[in-house]
Write a protein that binds this ligand. Structure first.
Ligand SMILES: NC(=O)c1ccc[n+]([C@@H]2O[C@H](COP(=O)([O-])OP(=O)(O)OC[C@H]3O[C@@H](n4cnc5c(N)ncnc54)[C@H](OP(=O)(O)O)[C@@H]3O)[C@@H](O)[C@H]2O)c1
Length: 320
């Protein structure tokens, strides 16, 4: 198939494009930067340069590819968030720009897809640190997001809700949303690269377990996330799929294992009030209250299995 990947140069895009090419698909990869065209070529795709926030540029880029499937992997999340950003994520560049990419850019890509007669649209959403704070520890796609998120998380949730609704209600094709778990592995915030944003704080013991560490995270290795995306490109149906590993786990369980894999000392423990004071509400909620996600639907309907079924294996063998 002809596949158009918006976000071909990102952590996920760099895994996804070669996997699509290996499956025999023709891929056009979009970047906002002329300087990254060689990177896109190196992945096996034809590069096209366009700013995702410019509707005319997006329309032209998509028309030049005449794709059967469009994949939306645009975010601005890969940079390091400062302590101030963590306390006020709603004011951070990462969240405000990502929200524009999840709203405006989604609309531009959908309009372009409709105009060229694409038949499937696959978009990145988020399952890790699920915004739900009630109900069982591991939740399916059918369970509701937090109806009343903490103020600092409202903006991020609103962007996700907008994207999910816009994509799953298209009438001209299959609108597929992939709620990825927290990424780890090459090119992500948790990897063996010296500049991986989560790694230095863990090594310096500045990534403590807050409160009881009972917040449940669903992780996913970046190559497994890409493999699920290939399956969704080939035969995903309209709806939402959690793309997470088989072992959602509380922070108090997985963080010490990750620290050990990074040859760091075990994480410190701080009381909830101190965590809230130092890192803010969002970090505290993520450490203590969030729920995990089930991957049963993705396994059943996409025929996908994560190679790293558990972060236990992934953290020891898949961070490089
Ligand atoms: N999800 C979270 O809350 C969270 C938290 C902490 C860390 N992280 C980390 O964030 C990263 C997320 O990975 P990802 O693959 O989703 O994102 P990414 O690595 O940041 O890639 C984003 C993609 O979006 C493209 N893009 C952004 N703005 C654009 C624009 N205006 N026009 C065209 N393209 C644009 C970029 O392309 P160009 O730059 O080529 O234009 C790039 O290909 C991972 O490293 C993950 O570990 C995520």
């Amino acid at each position: 198939m002809n596949v158009f990947v918006a976000g071909a140069t990102g952590a996920l895009g760099r895994q996804l494009v070669p996997q699509l090419v290996a499956r025999g698909h023709e891929v056009v990869g979009m970047t906002s930067s002329a300087a990254k065209q060689d990177l896109v070529r190196g992945l096996g795709a034809r590069p096209v340069v366009a700013d995702a926030l410019d509707p005319d540029a997006v329309a032209q880029a998509v028309a030049s590819a005449a794709p059967e499937v469009i994949v939306h992997q645009l975010t601005a999340l890969s940079g390091e968030m400062s302590a101030r950003d963590m306390r006020h994520p709603e004011r951070s560049y990462a969240v405000t720009m990502t929200n524009r990419l999840r709203t405006e850019a989604t609309d531009h890509l959908l309009a372009a897809g409709r105009a060229v007669g694409a038949r499937r649209f696959v978009a990145q959403s988020f399952a890790a640190f699920r915004f739900a704070r009630a109900g069982g520890p591991v939740q399916t796609e059918a369970e509701p997001l937090d109806p009343d998120p903490p103020p600092s998380m409202r903006a991020a949730q609103a962007g996700i809700v907008y994207l999910e609704r816009a994509v799953t209600t298209i009438e001209w094709g299959e609108g597929v949303v992939l709620r990825y778990g927290g990424f780890y592995g090459p090119g992500t915030a948790i990897s063996l690269a010296p500049d991986a944003p989560f790694v230095a704080p863990i090594r310096k013991r500045r990534f403590p377990i807050v409160g009881d560490g009972g917040g449940i995270w669903s992780h996913i290795h970046i190559a497994d996330a890409a493999a699920a995306t290939v399956a969704a490109v080939e035969h995903g149906h309209t709806g939402i799929y959690n793309v997470v590993d088989d072992e959602p786990a509380p922070v108090r369980e997985w963080l010490p294992v990750l620290a050990d894999a990074l040859h760091a000392k075990p994480p410190r423990r701080v009381p909830r009030w101190l965590g809230r004071l130092a890192a803010g509400e969002m970090a505290t909620v993520m450490m203590t209250e969030v729920r995990g996600a089930s991957n049963e639907k993705a396994k059943r309907e996409l025929g996908w299995r994560p190679r790293y079924a558990s972060w236990r294996l992934g953290f020891t063998q898949g961070l490089g």
